[in-house]
Ligand binder design. Structure first.
Ligand code: DAH
Length: 342
């Protein structure tokens, strides 16, 4: 009996001085003292070894011991629960959150979308075609027959296993594919990637992007071509930009022209970007050659049309002040994340 009472006293001191540091240590406490195999139960089980005349006193002591453990558990539990709630309340909502990285569109895509969107306002619709193309759609149907010297204007990647298959050198192949469908009138804008076997440098790459335009109907004239492109230039580069057409040569158009805009950097005075000419070459254009219409089964006596093709990288370089075209394809996030928009 003496021995048990001194044990109870020692345990009582332990209980009194206990403070739970967290929910786990409180649970340890509960299991140790109040659990099914805990100390309180074990001590109470000693009742059977206590002489009958001392049972009453022992019972009272044990009730006190049990109560002590239960009360300690209750007060500590309350304190720990409050501490948890307090921690939740202490969140500082003014702290910056964990940033979620959001992507942004590629500058070439941004420029492509701008170009396309302007022509969409003139009721042009988007048409796309394959980048892996056959000789007919990339060259022959466009009035460049097999021995045409103008084939050399565009250095081509051919498939070594089948030279009749190539990587398209321009988006003009889409013109042919759309005209072959014979659903007239045609008013399309064709954005896409093109490939040329060129030495890679700050100014040229072996692949780049173009936007092609084609309008075929009865009575389409060069005046329509000019007005359409004037509208485009105004929307794209602003009211102040001047435009000039220079006679040129493309096998698929007759007459053909190249369109320049006044250099927006030096306002026409001449600078390094415009090679001191005051003008920037923007696109090639012309009236669709009758042979091209015939190749696609369209009657050139009834229908006429105009076409144009422009690069996307050049205006993107100008707009964003980028000096090296290779940056567009290096996939450096530090470069790409500087552009925003849709
Ligand atoms: N295909 C030409 C090129 O890649 C650009 C071009 C010029 C397209 C005149 C046309 C056009 O549709 O009419 O250089």
């Amino acid at each position: 009996m003496e021995e048990i009472l001194s044990q109870v006293k020692a345990y009582s001191e332990e209980i009194t001085s206990f403070t739970a540091s967290d929910a786990d240590s409180l649970e340890q406490f509960r299991i140790r003292f109040l659990g099914v195999k805990g100390i309180v139960k074990a001590m109470m089980g000693e009742m059977k070894n206590v002489p009958v005349d001392q049972k009453k006193e022992f019972g009272q002591t044990m009730n006190g011991f049990k109560q002590l453990a239960e009360e300690k558990f209750a007060t500590e539990k309350e304190r720990i629960d409050l501490m948890g709630a307090g921690a939740a309340e202490q969140i500082d909502f003014t702290l910056p959150g964990t940033p979620l990285p959001t992507g942004s569109r590629h500058p070439v895509t941004l420029m492509r979308n701008r170009i396309v969107e302007i022509f969409q306002r003139l009721s042009f619709t988007v048409a796309e075609g394959p980048e892996i193309e056959d000789d007919w759609h990339n060259f022959t149907a466009l009035n460049l027959d097999e021995n045409h010297p103008a084939r050399d204007m565009q250095d081509t990647f051919y498939l070594s296993t089948d030279p009749a298959i190539l990587l398209r050198t321009h988006t003009s192949n889409v013109q042919i594919r759309e005209m072959e469908k014979q659903q007239l009138p045609i008013r399309i804008i064709c954005p896409g990637r093109v490939y040329r076997n060129e030495t890679i440098s700050a100014r040229s790459h072996c692949f780049f992007h173009q936007v092609e335009g084609l309008y075929i109907d009865e009575n389409v004239s060069f005046a329509d071509l000019k007005q359409t492109l004037y509208f485009f230039v105004r929307e794209m580069f602003g009211e102040d930009v001047k435009v000039r057409f220079r006679p040129s040569y493309f096998p698929f158009t007759e007459p053909s022209a190249e369109m320049d805009i006044s250099c927006m950097l030096c306002k026409g005075d001449g600078c390094a970007v415009c090679k001191r000419t005051g003008w920037l070459e923007i696109l090639g254009c012309g009236m669709v050659h009758p042979n091209v219409l015939k190749n696609c089964g369209i009657d050139p006596e009834k229908y006429t049309g105009f076409a144009f093709g422009m690069g996307v990288e050049r205006p993107a370089l100008l707009k964003y002040g980028i000096t090296d075209i290779r940056l567009f394809s290096e996939n450096d996030v530090r470069f790409l994340e500087q552009f925003s928009g849709i």
